[in-house]
Design a binder for this molecule. Sequence first.
Ligand SMILES: *Cc1c(COP(=O)(O)O)cnc(C)c1O
Length: 364
Amino acid sequence: MNIPMVDLRSQYHSLKNEIDTALLEALEETHFILGPNVQAFEQEAADYLGVKHAIGVASGTDALLLSLDAAGIGQGDEVITTAFTFIATAEAISYLGAKPVFVDIDPYTLNIDLNQVERAINNKTRAIIPVHIFGQPVDMETLVQLANANNLCIVEDCAQSFGAHINSKMTGSFGTFGAFSFFPSKNLGCFGDGGLITTNDDKHANELRVLRNHGSRERYHHNVIGYNSRLDELQAVILRIKLKHINEYNQNRRRVAHHYSKALADTDIQLPHEDGKGLHVYHQYTLLHEKRDKIMDALLKNDIACAIYYPIPLHRQDVFLKTYKNISLPVAESVSEKCFSLPIYPELENQTIDIITDIIKGAL
Ligand SMILES: *Cc1c(COP(=O)(O)O)cnc(C)c1O
C-alpha cells in the first residue's frame, strides 16, 4: 500500500470538470495579470475570512514580506517570532534588514509561547509574527492585547491555517495583516505558487496593491520601490473553485486527525493537543516520541510516507547560526528531535488510517 503525505490528484479529480472548464475559459479570456478571477477571488476570500480587504500576491513568503514592508519594518527593527516554523517566516524579516527575534514554543500546542513573547519585547521591537502552526490558532485575543499595549504590529502567518478560527473569528482577521499561502499542499492549495494578504486597514490595503505591482498606482508612474508579486489569474480560477469546499476539506482533516488520535490514545506517543480555544484545521498531524526514527522506519518500510516538520529550529539553521549561537530555546530544540508527521489530507480514509496506526503500534 503506497500512502503519500498528501494526495493532490484525488482532490483535482473530484473537481476536474469544473476546473478544466473554468481554466479553458480563462485561457480564452487572456486577461492573465490581475484579471477578473483574481478580483473575484479577493472579494470571495475577504468575505469568507471576514476582513475588509484581501490582496492576492505571488506566494505566502511574499505575503509576509509585503505586509512587513507596508508596516514600515526595516533596518534596525526587531520582529519577534517562533523558532519552530518554516524558514519563510524569518526570511521575510531578514529581506528587509530587520532582525528576527526567536522565542520558544509551548510544549503541547507547539505554538509560540506568549509569555516569552512578552519578555522579548524591547524598544527596538516593531512587530510580532505569530504562526498558527500546523493549523491550530495561536491565542490571538491575548496576543492582540499584548501588541496593543506595546504599540506593535501583528502579521499573522496563516500559511497553515486557512479556515481556522477562534469563536468563528478567522485567523488572518486578528492582526494588522494576515499572510496566507496557497502552495499546493496547504489546506487551500492552488496548482503552483500563490498567496494572499488580509487587512481591515484601508490605507494599508491601498499600499499593498501598489507594492505588489511595481510600486505603481498609475501605469508607468512609480512612487515607491515595489515588487512583481501578483496572484496569477489561472491560480485564482482554481482557488475560487476550491474555496467553495474549504469547510468540507477542513472538516475531513479533523476527522482524519481524530481517527488517528483515537487509535493512538493508548500509546505513549504525545498526540496533537487542541487547546480548546480555537478550531484546529490540521494542516499537519504531528506526533512526538523519543523513538521517532524507529516508528518512521517501520512506516517507510511499508510504503507509508511520513516526514519531520521541522527537524531544525530556525535559530539552529546554518544561515542563522552565527547570530544566534548564544541563545537556547529548549522546548523547540527538544520538539525538533522528537516530532514527526503522518499523512493527512481530506480524502484519507479511516480504514487506511487503521493500517497506519497498526504499523506504528507494532513498532513501539
Ligand atoms: C508554506 C509556508 C510559508 C510560505 O509559503 P509559500 O507560499 O511557500 O511562500 C510561510 N510560512 C509557513 C508557516 C508555511 O508553512
